[in-house]
Design a protein around this ligand. Structure first.
Ligand code: PMP
Length: 386
């Protein structure tokens, strides 16, 4: 067997689809104009490309192009939504409800809002599968809440939230819902109108597009309720100043368009079947494993596995340098801590640290899965024999 690298970390980032690279190419070379230059053809050409990209990203979620604000990624989009809403919160609305399993860019932005604006941040608990406790949310919601922040699909354990149900609870007190949908497009369909989502976050590099670009969808009637976080030349309706990176916008738009094709829709089932095959194989290895979170409603490409009695990081180290996977712990400022998501679903620190996330995508093959299985078997049993 050749020792080619095997990439099973698609929830961290996806490879850029070659068709996306091809679509971006002219915008690095001949079509380099500033999309905000209104006086000449170079500018018009770039502007047209950016507008088309915004329309394609919007179409992915059932929105209109003028409701898309491009950002440098989902981290910035989450910051813009949370800090922007907190800054302009009407008198009488000071609380912000954030689910326990949100990405760090949400948790850190909410903490910053508390420091800057005195926002009171409260955590919405989740069940053992990572699903928001809707009864608890209904009990917490009231007319003093600025917004609820709830992700559509969890990036660690793949849990798909019932976003329409969360939105319905928000509506009872006229509260904005900020939905981090970064991991959604490859796994579930989300339509902002049907699901009644006023703010939604996307990132290109999780959908086979380039890094360095994401988007905040803001429904038209909410746009004046957000304080910009980047000031400048008034681009993007004043909500996020700065010259747009045309090639990245085009890449994002193309990646979004590709997701609308028949082929991409069929791909979900293919990916889920590879994942299921992987999990069946793992169970047959003979070492006790538990699948963390997700349950019946899980992203097709996610498999977060707890290897009983093992340290996840040791297993990952044994798979190097060939296999790309992620651990159930996070390293912040040099200190390794168990994942807050795994802790929130009730795992102990030790259980969280014995977990490894495998994530499958468009370019994963059966041979990749077989190779990973063999390497895992070696890693587990050579260690047990030692
Ligand atoms: N939210 C979620 C759910 C994510 O998975 C990520 C990326 N890990 C982010 C936000 C941040 O995205 P970006 O890399 O585009 O800043």
């Amino acid at each position: 067997m050749t020792e080619r690298p095997v990439y099973l970390d698609n929830m961290a980032s996806t490879p850029v689809d070659p068709r996306v690279v091809e679509a971006m190419a002219p915008f690095w070379s001949t079509a380099f104009g500033n999309p905000h230059s209104v006086e000449h053809a170079f500018g018009w050409q770039a502007d047209e490309a950016v507008e088309r990209a915004a329309a394609s990203v919007a179409a992915l979620i059932g929105a209109d192009a003028d409701e898309i604000i491009f950002t440098a990624g989902a981290t910035e989009a989450n910051n813009l939504a949370i800090l922007g809403l907190a800054h302009r919160a009407p008198a009488g609305r000071r609380r912000m409800l954030v689910s326990a399993v949100e990405h760090k860019s949400v948790l850190a932005a909410a903490r910053a809002a508390a420091g800057r604006y005195g926002t009171i941040v409260e955590v919405i608990p989740v069940d053992a599968e990572g699903r928001i406790d809707l009864d608890r949310l209904a009990g917490m919601i009231s007319e003093d809440v600025i917004c609820v922040v709830a992700m559509a699909v969890n990036n660690e354990i793949g849990t798909v939230q019932d976003i329409p149900a969360v939105a319905a609870i928000c509506a009872t007190a006229d509260v904005h819902l900020v939905c981090d949908a970064v991991q959604a497009p490859l796994g579930v369909d989300l339509d902002v109108d049907r699901c009644k989502i006023p703010l939604l976050v996307l990132s290109a590099h999780k959908i086979y597009g380039p890094k360095g670009i994401g988007a905040l969808y803001v429904r038209r009637d909410v746009q004046n309720m957000i304080e910009p976080q980047v000031y400048g030349g008034g681009q993007q309706r004043g909500l996020r100043a700065g010259t747009l990176p045309t090639p990245l916008c085009v890449g994002f738009g193309t990646a979004a368009e590709l997701l609308g094709t028949e082929e991409a829709i069929g791909e979900r089932a293919m990916i889920a079947s590879l994942r299921d095959h992987f999990e069946d194989g793992l169970r047959r290895l003979g070492h006790p494993v538990v699948i963390n979170g997700g349950g019946a409603s899980r992203h097709p490409g996610n498999s977060n596995v707890r290897f009983r009695g093992r340290d996840g990081r040791d297993l990952i180290a044994a798979l190097q340098p060939r296999f790309a996977v992620s651990s159930g712990s996070a390293c912040s400022s040099g200190i390794v801590e168990p994942s807050h998501v795994l802790r929130a679903i009730g795992l102990t620190g030790e259980e969280a640290n014995s977990s490894v996330r495998f994530s499958f995508g468009r370019f994963t093959t059966e041979a990749d899965v077989a190779a990973a299985m063999e390497a895992l078997s070696d890693a587990i049993f050579s260690d047990e024999a030692a």
